[in-house]
Design a protein around this ligand. Structure first.
Ligand SMILES: CC(C)=CCC/C(C)=C/CC/C(C)=C/COP(=O)(O)OP(=O)(O)O
Length: 508
């Protein structure tokens, strides 16, 4: 019985040490098979592997895709090794000691003994398992693009899913949540309360325009971001499945989507919220697409610009709320008026949070970032990467204390937020001390994932005066007389403000 040589490509994508030396020598003599065209269709939209369902994309798909063929074809083996070593080192049990280099696969198959080969194969299998436990959450755009590629061509569901994947839906959702949290934290004057014991509330319609406008602006920013870097996204396993990399969507379609979302989002914020919030939304699109995205490949300062981009949505939520209680509603009043400190503190919270979050995330996949040409501290300067993450984790303390000092949250928030911030700082200290090794990057990343929603929920639950109102309404205590009656002239300014707000509400 004659031995059939395995397909050369399957060998190339495997570690060479898993091939026995005899087979390897045979393979080297074997003529390289001509690569089969996987599709004879000119349109990449139809590019699917021969023999597969028209709607199914497999990894063979990538050989028909020019962007991926260039980036993957020559360096798949190298990238696999780097990614696996980077993932493996993010896990405590496989972590290399600080400063130690990952072992290079320097030995050739010929001089590797059989038991060594078996050991290497087991290590590779372990790395494959590790890859399944990728240190970070899988990219929602890539997941959606994968789903859309399996849907029937030209179906509405496929078109919708593909465009949705262009908006980075998970990130956009988080962005909207941060804006909404800040909106709900705004200290609404008690006189706007519908009843003495009820919580003073802001307009639901404004909230609707705030959320939809912010979501559209974020979708636009993300689509521009993806439009600018498909060939780099193609080099990272987290992003190589994105719609523009896979050419599930044309560049023209993506540009139209980005421009339309930007115009609609800014319009919704302008007409439904206020011009200041609309200006912030538009500026953020420009900052993210025009500044942060190109800087990713130029200088590590990109992370600070990205952190500003992440900090602006809470400020938008704040100005949206402030606009309803403002006297004249100018940008000076909304951004630098009496109550504006809370908005800046919410923005600072998001700004600072991104460093422990992103620095730990990027450390875990630093080889991918390096290979894709993104200049991130995680590989440019790992020691500074740890220091920066720790510094900004510590900054969470004064920011949260500031929220209580400004009257946004009750004093009890200092205690509860300190517990959560202390936990994050502890993880950041470990991350800094071990420089990401021994699983510290992974645990800081997950601590940051939990940290932000916990702090936001705590701030909302401990919003100034909320506990007292809930207590009174549950136990039926009469309201504090001082709250209901006031000295003549004491609240003249407040009254005027309320009148102006009511008037504006009538005219809208
Ligand atoms: C209102 C409005 C316009 C909001 C926009 C908010 C927004 C898009 C925040 C993203 C912040 C950020 C630095 C993400 C990482 O991008 P990346 O390019 O490093 O991510 P990637 O590697 O997944 O592409």
């Amino acid at each position: 019985m004659g031995l059939r040589a395995p397909p050369i490509r399957s060998i190339l994508t495997q570690d060479t040490s898993s091939v026995c030396s005899q087979c390897w020598r045979k393979l080297l003599r074997w003529p390289t098979p001509r690569r089969q065209p996987f599709s004879n269709m000119s349109s990449s939209r139809h590019a699917v592997a021969v023999g597969k369902s028209r709607n199914s994309f497999s990894k063979d798909y990538f050989w028909t895709n020019s962007t991926l063929r260039e980036t993957l074809g020559q360096s798949l083996a190298r990238s696999r090794r780097d990614i696996q070593s980077s993932i493996a080192s993010a896990r405590p049990e496989t972590a290399a000691p600080a400063g130690a280099e990952q072992p290079e696969h320097a030995e050739t198959s010929e001089n590797v003994l059989p038991h060594r080969r078996r050991k290497r194969r087991r290590e590779l299998e372990a790395a494959e398992n590790t890859a399944q436990n990728y240190p970070i959450a899988l990219d929602a755009s890539a997941q959606l693009a994968d789903i859309s590629s399996k849907l029937p061509q030209r179906s509405l569901k496929r078109i919708f899913t593909t465009y949705l994947s262009l908006s980075k839906p998970r990130l956009s959702f988080l962005v909207v949540l941060t804006a909404t949290a800040a909106y709900s934290l705004y200290p609404v004057p008690g006189l706007l309360a519908p009843a003495a014991t009820a919580t003073p509330s802001l307009s639901t319609l404004t909230l609707f325009f705030l959320t939809s406008g912010t979501a559209l602006c974020s979708a636009s920013a993300n689509a521009f971001n993806m439009l600018m870097e498909p060939e780099h996204d193609a080099k990272m396993s987290r992003t190589r499945n994105r719609p523009l990399v896979r050419k599930l969507i044309s560049t023209r379609g993506a540009v139209i989507f980005a421009v339309a979302c930007g115009a609609l989002g800014t319009g919704a914020l302008y007409y439904g919220v206020n011009p200041t919030t609309a200006f912030l939304g538009f500026t953020n699109i420009v900052l993210y697409a025009g500044c942060y995205t190109p800087l990713k490949r130029m200088h590590v300062v990109n992370t600070w610009i990205g952190a500003i981009v992440g900090g602006i949505p809470p400020l938008m939520g704040w100005t949206a709320a402030a606009g309803q209680c403002a006297h004249d509603g100018t940008w000076q009043e909304l951004l630098f008026g009496e109550n504006s400190a809370g908005g800046w503190l919410c923005a600072a919270l998001l700004f600072a949070w991104q460093f422990p979050h992103f620095n730990s995330l990027s450390w875990s996949i630093r080889e991918e970032y390096k290979y894709a040409g993104y200049r991130m501290l995680a590989w440019v300067n790992p020691a500074q990467n740890g220091r920066v993450a720790l510094r900004y984790a510590v900054l969470m303390f004064p920011v949260c204390i500031g929220l209580s000092l400004c009257g946004v949250t009750d004093w009890s928030f200092i205690a509860t937020s300190s517990v959560v911030n202390g936990w994050m700082v502890w993880k950041a200290v470990e991350f800094w001390r071990e420089q990401g090794h021994k699983g510290t990057a992974r645990s800081l990343f997950w601590a940051s994932v939990w940290h932000l929603p916990i702090v936001m929920v705590l701030a909302m639950a401990q919003k100034k005066g909320l506990g007292e109102r809930v207590y009174r309404s549950i136990f039926g205590y009469p309201d504090d007389e001082d709250d209901l009656y006031y000295e003549v002239g004491e609240y003249e300014g407040e009254e005027e403000k309320v009148k102006a707000v009511v008037e504006r509400g009538r005219t809208v």
